[in-house]
Design a protein around this ligand. Structure first.
Ligand SMILES: Nc1nc2c(ncn2[C@@H]2O[C@H](COP(=O)(O)OP(=O)(O)O)[C@@H](O)[C@H]2O)c(=O)[nH]1
Ligand SMILES: [Mg+2]
Length: 191
């Protein structure tokens, strides 16, 4: 994909703030800190379009980015951060689900997991939700730069077992996996 332009549109804290026109969207979901924002920056060849390493309380917005004036990336807030109360977590989750189950032109979800920690509870919940709602998705195993070769092999096996599909290996830090992921995204956007 040739990225001609990428810009931040809005950080929505309420459904009413979601962009209104019907452009195709690809959403990025996953636990806090797995690297969703870093991965978006890597895909778009940008250093700091999506904010990286935010404190949990500040990341409740759903962030919309416009790419090539043709489609949007949607950076979903990560749920399941220990520092946030149960009630607050439930509220975030409802908000994320309200986006995913809205009548928007959502092409697919990139479910980002940490290659070092396959099968964490929140990831299983997310996978269930995506399956139950018949949303297309892929699993991206990020931070593979932190693993040795044999550990990567093990991680791939576990993730494939748990989620029923092979992960795309990624490192937002080393820009690894970009072309593989773009191939998948382009296929979705073309449909
Ligand atoms: N080693 C390594 N660190 C990463 C990678 N991707 C993200 N990080 C780091 O993980 C932290 C959280 O990243 P961020 O993109 O804010 O995660 P988000 O909460 O899912 O949006 C930051 O300190 C990033 O620099 C990666 O591929 N490898
Ligand atoms: Mg983020």
């Amino acid at each position: 994909m040739l990225i001609k332009s990428s810009e931040f549109i809005t950080g929505a804290v309420d459904k009413k703030q979601f962009p209104q026109n019907n452009l195709p969207e690809i959403a990025f979901a996953g636990r806090s800190n797995v690297g969703k924002s870093s991965l978006i920056n890597s895909l778009l060849n940008r250093r700091a379009l999506a904010r990286v390493g935010n404190t949990p309380g500040k990341t409740r917005e759903i962030n919309f980015f416009l790419i090539n004036e043709a489609f949007r990336f949607v950076d979903l807030p990560g749920f399941g951060f220990a520092k946030v109360s149960k009630k607050e977590k439930a509220r975030w989750r409802k908000y994320i689900e309200s986006y995913l189950s809205s009548q928007r032109n959502i092409k697919a979800i990139v479910h980002v997991v940490d290659a070092r920690h396959p099968g964490m509870e929140n990831d299983l919940l997310m996978a269930d939700f995506l399956n139950n709602n018949e949303l297309l998705s892929c699993i991206v195993a990020n931070k593979v730069d932190k693993l040795k070769k044999n550990e990567i092999t093990k991680s791939v096996r576990e993730i494939t077992d748990i989620f029923g599909k092979e992960p795309i290996l990624f490192s937002a830090v080393k820009n690894r996996g970009k072309s593989e992921l773009w191939t998948t995204l382009e296929r979705w956007l073309d449909n």
